[in-house]
Ligand binder design. Structure first.
Ligand code: IDP
Length: 148
C-alpha cells in the first residue's frame, strides 16, 4: 500500500490544528502508520529541504521549521501521495482552494501549515529521514473492507 510523509508545521502545532488535520485524513479513509511530536534538528531540516538549498528563502525555511515542534506522520492508502497533496492545496495559501488545508487555514507561503511528500521517491526519502529510528506500525483495520 502506498505511503506518504505528512507533517503539521510549527505554525499548525501552535495554532492547535493537529487534531483538525489528522481528522481530515482519517475521515478520508487513510490509515495512520506512524506519528510523533518532535523538534527537528537543524541538520535534519537542511537535509529534508535539500532541494531548496540554493533558493533565497532556504535560511528562512530552515529557521521556521526548527522554530517549534512539528507533528510528523506517515499515512497509507490507495493513491495517498497525490490525494494528500490535493487535500493540502497549493503551496501558496493565497492560491489554495477553499476546502483544502492551506486554503482553509493559511495566508502566507512561509507559514502554510502542512508539508506533504510530492512523489513516491520523496515519500520514501522523507519517511526514511524522519522514521528511520522509530519505524512504522503495520496493522490491519476491519473498516478497510468498507473503504476498498
Ligand atoms: P510544497 O511544500 O508545497 O511541496 P515546495 O516548493 O517544496 O512546496 O516548498 C517547500 C516550502 O518552502 C513551502 O511549503 C513553503 O513553506 C516554503 N516556500 C516556498 N516558496 C517560498 C517563498 O517564496 N518564500 C518563503 N517560503 C517559501
Amino acid at each position: 500500500m502506498e505511503k506518504t510523509f505528512l507533517m503539521v508545521k510549527p505554525d499548525g502545532v501552535q495554532r492547535n490544528l493537529i487534531g483538525e488535520i489528522v481528522a481530515r485524513f482519517e475521515k478520508k479513509g487513510f490509515q495512520l502508520v506512524g506519528a510523533k511530536l518532535m523538534s527537528i534538528p537543524k541538520e535534519l531540516a537542511e537535509e529534508h529541504y535539500g532541494e531548496h538549498k540554493e533558493r533565497p528563502f532556504f535560511g528562512e525555511l530552515v529557521d521556521f521549521i526548527t522554530s517549534g515542534p512539528v507533528f510528523a506522520m506517515v499515512w497509507q492508502g490507495e493513491n495517498v501521495i497525490a490525494t494528500a497533496r490535493q487535500m493540502m492545496g497549493s503551496t501558496n495559501p493565497k492560491d489554495a482552494a477553499p476546502g483544502t488545508i492551506r486554503g482553509d487555514f493559511g495566508l502566507t507561503v512561509g507559514k502554510n501549515v502542512i508539508h506533504g511528500s510530492d512523489a513516491p521517491t520523496s515519500a520514501e526519502r522523507e519517511i526514511g529521514l524522519f522514521f528511520k529510528d522509530t519505524g512504522l506500525v503495520e496493522y490491519s483495520k476491519l473498516v478497510n473492507e468498507w473503504v476498498y
